[in-house]
Design a protein around this ligand. Structure first.
Ligand SMILES: *[C@@H]1O[C@H](CO)[C@@H](O)[C@H](O)[C@H]1NC(C)=O
Ligand SMILES: *[C@@H]1O[C@H](CO)[C@@H](O)[C@H](O)[C@H]1NC(C)=O
Ligand SMILES: *[C@@H]1O[C@H](CO)[C@@H](O)[C@H](O)[C@H]1NC(C)=O
Ligand SMILES: *[C@@H]1O[C@H](CO)[C@@H](O)[C@H](O)[C@H]1NC(C)=O
Ligand SMILES: *[C@@H]1O[C@H](CO)[C@@H](O)[C@H](O)[C@H]1NC(C)=O
Length: 571
């Protein structure tokens, strides 16, 4: 399929890009020389098969309404100037097959003349959806606007209107930095008021400003932010929601009570990763207090320890679950993106719930993804001695869902954890230890997108360490050997997995899709998404193995791998 497309400006500006009085913020690179390029072929080479890939760039406002999942994103249909950035819109019945519709929101009025950026949807009590989004107004101020469907009887909610009389609904007041004031959250209802937060900063303090409204149109800033934290920089895309103390069920955003905890996620512009804390919503004070086991900022917990940013959750009342969706950027160069004609994919939607220890979330790919599973291969009770590999044959290794449980016969020879190593920076340790350096127990795991003679491979693996009191398990997704091509970003992404190993088992599921390896360690305790661009391990030349480079034997207790089909429609 040789599709010719205009290359959008939005492609080169991260989707929350800020043009501030003609200046552009450091973290939002603009490539003026590329902005006017047109007619670029869309290369299929590393294009993903079952990951949602937009025609263009991204914004996040997922929503469920009357049996349909909606996804809104940002792109530039004209591909020339910044002012054309609009909201794209796709709909789906299963979050696997998608249909693209016409752009529902685009800059048009004084309150969004210079941009229509990220926002969130809220379903009002009479089942009426409403969107709050950030507009950059005629004076280049970031303001918050609302939009409502033009026709509630249209099942796809194709057309949206932005009533000029009431917009903007929130303007930055004296104390708020009008150039750092964006991404209204989904609103929640409490004590006869709607509440929502907007991301911001003051000096280096990240802030989630709290606003209240009785009618959703007149908003008043609360005296205190919902939460803020020093030295964390700009907070983008704040997301605030309740989770049940026990069980996987999701909750409507307005639920409060003793049976829940709350989660606050912020996208930290400084590091470009999504961090969350678990804590308590003090409804009497209207403040959020993270638990003392949950740190703010970049020493804290991440949804994903790889490429994953600007995510949003929504409550899916049909399946009573909370679904998390994140944006996954490219790790190649912008000139590669020009050649490809596309950039950015969406991670597989994940169900999120609180782990029973109440200190972290669990994440798992939505069950609907399993409808794409095709041919299956199974491997059981196979020993992996030091240096051994088992190839998983008979599946399409470039487009596969693999789920493996390893059994660790002995933990006697576990490598000591050097006290000088950081417990908050697993990536550093992964870079030091990698998959080639023999440990005691581990490295063992999967070799994704491996070429025949292992010139290229992306290992996703565990290494186990011990301190005097406990075991420390690290999950790595190491892109350093993923491609023979130079000039790519090839990080050794890693996170620690909080497991006690009482059953001596570790599980790993990886969704491998041409240029993405999205992994879930420990049943979804630690997730890592890597973008990789093999030159040899392509299509039928890609291989998948289980491997062990530790001194101790590991058992593949069970491994299931399914070739993944492409969705019927996807854009
Ligand atoms: C509203 O949507 C319904 C269902 O698609 C359609 O029949 C009707 O004509 C629409 N009304 C307007 C005013 O567009
Ligand atoms: C307001 O935000 C802009 C954009 O991040 C920043 O450049 C500026 O320094 C901020 N102003 C103040 C007073 O903090
Ligand atoms: C993608 O995201 C990572 C992590 O935030 C960042 O280091 C990298 O520069 C980004 N790549 C591009 C091409 O924007
Ligand atoms: C953390 O909070 C819990 C109660 O929520 C308390 O029992 C514990 O002592 C606190 N730990 C620290 C280190 O403050
Ligand atoms: C396992 O270790 C050997 C020896 O260091 C190395 O050649 C090989 O590449 C390693 N395997 C992986 C998957 O890293």
């Amino acid at each position: 399929m040789a599709v010719t497309k205009l290359l959008s400006l939005a492609l080169f500006i991260t989707f929350l890009g800020v043009v501030n009085n003609g200046r552009v913020e450091a973290s939002h690179s603009v490539y003026p020389q590329l902005q006017s390029l047109t007619a670029v072929n869309v290369l299929q080479l590393h294009r993903t098969g079952f990951h949602f890939q937009p025609r263009k760039n991204w914004i996040n406002a997922p929503m469920y309404f009357n049996g349909i999942y909606h996804f809104f994103y940002q792109y530039n249909p004209k591909g020339a100037v910044w002012g054309n950035v609009v909201w794209g819109h796709s709909v789906s019945k299963d979050m696997v097959n998608w249909e693209a519709l016409e752009p529902p929101i685009y800059p048009s009025h004084r309150f969004d003349k210079n941009a229509a950026w990220s926002g969130s949807a809220t379903i009002l009590p009479n089942n009426k959806p409403i969107i709050l989004y950030t507009g950059v107004d005629q004076n280049n101020r970031q303001v918050q606007n609302y939009a409502v469907p033009a026709n509630f009887s249209d099942p796809y909610l194709r057309r949206w209107i932005k009533p000029a009389r009431l917009n903007p609904v929130v303007e930055p007041d004296q104390g708020v930095n009008a150039s750092a004031f964006r991404d209204p959250s989904t609103a929640w209802w409490l004590n006869r008021h709607w509440r929502m937060v907007v991301g911001s900063k003051r000096n280096h303090r990240g802030i989630a400003y709290l606003y209240r409204s009785r009618d959703f149109f007149h908003w008043v800033k609360a005296k205190h932010p919902l939460h803020s934290a020093p030295h964390t920089g700009m907070w983008e895309c704040p997301d605030f929601y309740p989770v049940l103390l026990s069980g996987k069920q999701g909750l409507d955003t307005s639920v409060v009570g003793k049976h829940v905890k709350h989660v606050l996620k912020v996208s930290l512009d400084v590091t470009r990763y999504d961090y969350y804390t678990v804590g308590t919503y003090l409804t009497d004070k209207d403040r959020y207090l993270p638990d003392n086991t949950s740190a703010d900022g970049w020493v804290g917990l991440r949804y994903d320890y790889g490429n994953f940013y600007a995510s949003k959750t929504f409550f899916d009342p049909a399946k009573k679950r909370r679904v998390l969706w994140g944006w996954v950027n490219e790790s190649d160069s912008t000139s590669d993106d020009v050649k490809k004609g596309w950039a950015g994919i969406q991670a597989i939607p994940r169900t999120v719930w609180l782990y029973p220890n109440q200190r972290q979330l669990m994440q798992w790919p939505i069950q609907e993804l399993e409808s794409l599973r095709g041919k299956k291969v199974k491997i059981s009770h196979r020993k992996l001695m030091t240096g051994q590999r088992i190839e998983v044959k008979g599946i399409s290794a470039a487009q596969v869902d693999v789920d493996v449980t390893f059994f660790i016969p002995s933990l006697d020879k576990v490598e000591p954890f050097n006290p000088s190593w950081s417990l908050t920076d697993a990536q550093l340790l992964c870079a030091k230890k990698g998959s080639k350096i023999q440990g005691g127990v581990g490295p063992f795991g999967l070799l994704a997108l491996a070429s025949e003679n292992l010139e290229e491979y992306t290992p996703v693996f565990f290494r186990i360490f011990k301190t005097s009191i406990k075991h420390i398990v690290m999950l790595c997704s190491d892109a350093r050997s993923s491609s023979l091509e130079d000039g790519l970003y090839k990080p050794s992404f890693a996170g620690f997995v909080n497991v006690d190993l009482a059953d001596k088992k570790l599980s790993l599921r990886s969704l491998i899709d041409h240029s993405v390896v999205e992994s879930f360690g420990g049943g979804g305790k630690t997730c890592i998404t890597s973008r990789v661009y093999p030159t040899l391990a392509l299509l039928e030349n890609a291989h998948l193995h289980a491997f062990n480079n530790g001194s101790q034997t590991i058992v593949v207790e069970n491994l299931d791998a399914w070739s993944m089909k492409k969705p019927v429609t996807m854009n």
